[in-house]
Design a protein around this ligand. Structure first.
Ligand code: CP
Ligand code: NVA
Length: 296
């Protein structure tokens, strides 16, 4: 039976732990990480731009002995040139797996429903599970996973949703601070009750935090709301004043790309507590582990 990774809930807690353990091994033996994808081809269907996700998946697939085909919006034009259903059924005849970055989460659900090969979510408007798994790996490397408090400052978006679910699953406390009207949806908050708390004020959220995380105020697909969001999020910036309220040795995380001067200052993203480049690198190791688990 094929297994998809569309949301964090597609993985059990033990599967999450197995991915972290395997990622650690793969990181230690980067250029000797086996040939799990030998002779296999993976399709990367991307409706939106990407640096980290595309490059880390392509490099990871190569390092595992496989081959990646990038299918940008001009090639496939999902839903316009061809329905997700037909794309999924046809690609299943050629490929060993699909990584898909789509505007609507419904599109990856549709691709997974009609494909006989695993579909991995490379970011939708609802979740970014590969990011959250890699972030958990980075937190484990830097801080360990026991008695950790994560503070997320900013938008109740795809990145926060996936972090909420993964923290809930791993028993990690997460404080999110979002402007009114930009909180994660009620159903998500109900599902993660017990591990997540929502604060209006960023200062309250970062008190006692070991990890301070932020992401852009305007995500891909929301560009028309850019000006409105600039105003709404003005006070939700990770800067040195805010960081003074977190634990002394707190680390700063950002999934990138960053809008410097908006959600985070240069001083903080380039400062000593920032782990954003390790975070970006770890996408490679963790996604290799995901590929091995799902596609081998
Ligand atoms: N963090 C992340 O997914 O980056 P890209 O959008 O560049 O892939
Ligand atoms: N929330 C951002 C994350 C980018 C990696 C977006 O969806 O654009």
């Amino acid at each position: 039976m094929k297994k998809d990774l569309l949301t964090i809930n597609d993985l059990s807690t033990s599967e999450i732990k197995e991915i972290l353990d395997l990622a650690k091994e793969l990181k230690q033996n980067r250029y000797n990480s086996g040939e799990a994808l030998n002779g296999k081809t993976v399709g990367l269907i991307f409706e939106k731009p990407s640096n980290r996700t595309r490059v880390s998946f392509e490099v990871g697939i190569t390092e595992l002995g496989g081959h990646a085909i990038y299918l940008g919006s001009y090639e496939i034009d999902l839903g316009k040139r061809e329905s997700p259903k037909d794309v999924a059924r046809v690609l299943s005849r050629y490929l060993a797996g699909i990584v898909a970055r789509t505007f609507s989460h419904k599109t990856v659900v549709e691709l997974a429903k009609y494909s006989s090969i695993p579909v991995i979510n490379g970011l939708t408007d609802y979740q970014h599970p590969c990011q959250a798994l890699s972030d958990l790996f980075t937190i484990k490397e830097k801080k360990g996973l026991s008695n950790i408090t994560v503070a997320f400052i900013g938008d109740g978006n795809n990145v926060l949703n996936s972090l909420l679910y993964i923290c809930h699953r791993m028993g990690i406390k997460i404080n999110a601070s979002c402007p009114r009207g930009y909180e994660p949806d009620k159903e998500t908050l109900k599902e993660v009750a017990g591990s997540a708390a929502i604060f209006n004020s960023p200062s309250d959220a970062v008190k006692g935090a070991d990890v301070v995380y932020t992401d852009v105020w305007t995500s891909m697909g929301q560009e028309k709301e850019y000006r409105k969001r600039l105003k709404a999020f003005k006070k939700y910036q990770v800067n040195s004043e805010l960081m003074k309220l977190a634990n002394k040795d707190a680390i700063v995380m950002h999934c990138l790309p960053a809008h410097r001067g908006q959600e985070i200052t240069d001083e903080i993203i380039d400062g000593e507590s920032s782990v954003v480049l390790d975070q970006a690198e770890n996408r490679l190791h963790v996604q290799k582990a995901i590929l091995v688990k799902l596609l081998k």
